[in-house]
Design a protein around this ligand. Sequence first.
Ligand code: GLU
Length: 473
Amino acid sequence: MTAPRVRFAPSPTGSLHVGGARTALYNWLFARRHGGAFILRIEDTDVERSRRELTDQILHAMRWLGLDWDEGPFFQSERGSLYREAADRLLAEDKAYRAFETPEELDAMKSAAKAIGSAFRYDGSARAIPREESDRRAASGEKFVLRLSIPNEPLVVNDAVQGRTEFPAGALDDFVLVRSDGRPLYHFTVCVDDVAMGITHVIRGVDHLPNAPKHVALFRALGAPAPVFAHLGMILGADGKKLSKRHGAAGVEEFQAQGVLPDALDNFLALLGWSPGDDKERMTLLEMVSLFSLERIGPSASRFDHEKLLWLNGQYLQEIPAARLVEMLKPFHLPNCDAVLLDRAIMLHRSRARTLVELAHALAIYGDDPRVFEPAGLKKFGGPEAAPLLRALAERLSVTEPFSHSTLEESGRALAAEKGRKLGDLAQPARLALTGVLASPPLFEMIEVLGKETTRRRLLAFADLIAREPEAH
Ligand code: GLU
């Protein structure tokens, strides 16, 4: 294969969502796999709905995912002269024609079609207007649209993923390329740009498949070979409906805010429709580049399984060096504690966290001493009778050497036995005292990380609190 040229062509009418991100990723993987070019084109001809800040968000999300582009970003809003030249050329070559129907006339045609229960199709009547008359009417200021003159031949869409579809002659009407106010329409700008940019493969969502015959007709009119199409199956939510906001987070930035790692998201997105052929699931971007092929993309829809994304993310979290993890956790608010303690706390907690947010949340106990305590825990384990037990535990742990979780646990067990109690009678109030909540990682491992001084201070402060205010809870 000669080096392919592919493009990602988002419309900046929303931020980058799962579907768009997967399209971008597949184009990027394909370009990198074959040493081709990945081009970024911003389709912002819809001035009412396009926003510059959304473009910035899309670029930011792509950079975050590690999807660098080789050319662009090109903005369709800045390429008006290219579309005008292409329109003039099609007109001069009789591949497009001016149609002068007024909006009222078109409405009447639409009503007539509706009355007999059929969809409106422009009947091509303006094709018959002689060129001189067309030029004269345009020069006199009469309004017109430019329509593509579709030859009476079948159109074939060859799709590397969805297969071959043949559309019989007459399946399409002569659709509009340029509106009466001079604005070029979507299908036209896409194809003019794909030709100008030398695009060899169009990889995009299956929602664009119905547009493909129009594009095939346009490429033909523009005198260019049609690119290879690869339309990717839909992405569905857990309920089998098209993935949308209703299913919770679907935007790349939302996943970033949840503490999903870009590598994990790339890996997860890659598997929404593509598989490397064996059961391999965890792959770095580089591995995916070496394995990617259009042949291994399935035509059907895939399900977006949020739990699986979180699981995969948890797997990635385990492998990041602690120092790097500290950097990555910073935007999620790290506790105010010394660096060595933080590293140890991260090592202890990261196997239970699935996202950076969950991990940062778990680390909060290594910062300030808890001041609020879970009410249900207080009710169960905050009775005044726990106070002497906690004081005894504080004393015993303070003299335990070495201050490591296994010896600390032995001390705790011995103390419980001496008092004729179960370990849980000590451990549960201790957990509450140390963290404010009852869910925590293994108690003595946590105590080892918290250190002698903090453990003692928190146990004694809690003992004082429950001894002083038994009825407060
Ligand atoms: N701008 C279109 C979109 O955002 C993509 C068009 C294309 O890939 O051909 O859906």
